[in-house]
Design a protein around this ligand. Sequence first.
Ligand code: SAH
Ligand code: MG
Length: 211
Amino acid sequence: MPVEPAIQRLIDATPGFMPRVEGAYLHELALISPGNSEHPLVEIGTYCGKSTLYLACAAKALSSTVITIDHHKGSEENYPPFPYFDQRLRHRVSQDLETFNTFRDTLRLSNLTERVMAVVGDSSNYAKLFPQGSAALVFIDGGHSSVQSWSDFIDWSPKLIQGGVLAIHDVFDDPAQGGRPPFEIVTALRHSKTFVELNQVGSLAAFICSS
Ligand code: SAH
Ligand code: MG
């Protein structure tokens, strides 16, 4: 069941880092997850809401909710001289990246506002407040430094319920294509007894939590 065309057009027009084929897979993963009104879909790394919309469409079908977490200041690679810097998203006064307002606009245009709860804050701090064993899906796409990537994995993978889906973005076998931490985490997951690999589409790898 693909995302409806009007939402897909909005997704395509939203700044972000989620190729269509990977977004479609994220949507599919959310649909097969055990998400419902008690078990939400959690996203780390909202940016402008591009990937959030794929999850929100699935949340609507599941009568579930997306909890999306971002401090909205951008990651290292969202600042010059990196190619993932978008001048349009720079705050006029602070000169920091500021993605919250664009995210709100994305959500408003989607009519999926009631499916999404946004947490504006640090993912590691919020993890301390979020119950273990409660999420139906955890999608990790926040800070890509080694410390932040591993922290998100260590903090957030125990939030899954049995049968929940763990999805990791920006997994590149070839170091020339992108940073190492997501690939290293996925390599560790492939040796884990708790997680069973589902598939990898593009740079989006997915596992099921078996216990
Ligand atoms: N999922 C988005 C892209 C996310 S980019 C899409 O598909 O378009 C990564 C995001 O992680 C950035 O917006 C950045 O602000 C956020 N981020 C980085 N470190 C973070 C942290 N420690 N806590 C919360 N958000 C963080
Ligand atoms: Mg990403």
